[in-house]
Ligand binder design. Sequence first.
Ligand SMILES: NC(=O)C1=CN([C@@H]2O[C@H](COP(=O)(O)OP(=O)(O)OC[C@H]3O[C@@H](n4cnc5c(N)ncnc54)[C@H](OP(=O)(O)O)[C@@H]3O)[C@@H](O)[C@H]2O)C=CC1
Ligand SMILES: Nc1nc2c(c(=O)[nH]1)N=C([C@H](O)[C@@H](O)CO)CN2
Length: 240
Amino acid sequence: MGNSPQRPILITGAGRRIGLALAHHFLSLQQPVIASYRCEYPSIEGLREAGAICIQADFSDDEGILAFAEQVKSITGGLRAIIHNASAWMAEKPGTPPGDTLSCMLQIHVHAPYLLNHALCDLLRGHGHAASDIIHFTDYVVERGSEKHIAYAASKAALDNMTRSFARKLAPEVKVNAIAPSLILFNEEDDADYRQKALNKSLMKIAPGEKEIIDLTDYLLTSCYVTGRTFGVDGGRALC
Ligand SMILES: NC(=O)C1=CN([C@@H]2O[C@H](COP(=O)(O)OP(=O)(O)OC[C@H]3O[C@@H](n4cnc5c(N)ncnc54)[C@H](OP(=O)(O)O)[C@@H]3O)[C@@H](O)[C@H]2O)C=CC1
Ligand SMILES: Nc1nc2c(c(=O)[nH]1)N=C([C@H](O)[C@@H](O)CO)CN2
């Protein structure tokens, strides 16, 4: 990955699913990891046992984001990468004021990456050409919109745009790219009917699992040239 073994990779929302799989992947390569988590799942102890530094953080307000950034700065003098994985897939719901949904989506998908990138960019800089990375996890719906997740899609679109802005700001020492998945993993509550409908939305008709994201993340970290780009991981959904 062209990285100094001493500089950790920071993964937000690493307590479960894709973030957790990424953290264990890097740890298996002897790559140091700093993991943020909100809820204390049993998985957090497993990450600590595997060698990760795990920091509890709730990004629901700017104070929580900035306090987390200060904790990161207090424990390391450099970062190999920041992977903005933390997210909430919130639909518009009757009974929830639209303004609350919008604020929540902007908070986790825009405020957190924006404030953390500014607060931590000096930990990424100073290590040479293309020696550091920021990866934003966006979503296929940035391209198409989503009638059931309007605020979610809008907030991910803002994150997609920030990919290009931070790429301009931080090149050539830091590459900044986005990964835009469609269906990767189902949620436990997804019933059989939902699952079949979701699978039918892509050409490939599978939910590939975390490895698809891990493999693309590894590629982006090894590149010395790719920046300011968004990489779809969507099974050909755009062609359906
Ligand atoms: N899974 C999929 O099929 C797809 C995923 N993506 C994107 O990929 C990324 C990973 O997806 P997935 O693993 O399913 O993500 P999850 O929905 O499982 O959420 C990831 C983590 O984000 C954390 N999080 C949520 N809100 C906050 C907050 N306010 N402060 C701190 N942490 C928070 C959660 O912590 P806690 O559990 O403690 O609340 C959770 O561990 C996300 O950015 C997602 O949008 C995009 C398209 C498809
Ligand atoms: N934070 C999350 N974002 C998204 C999730 C998720 O579970 N957590 N899931 C999806 C769906 O898989 C969608 O891509 C296909 O229906 C989207 N975003």
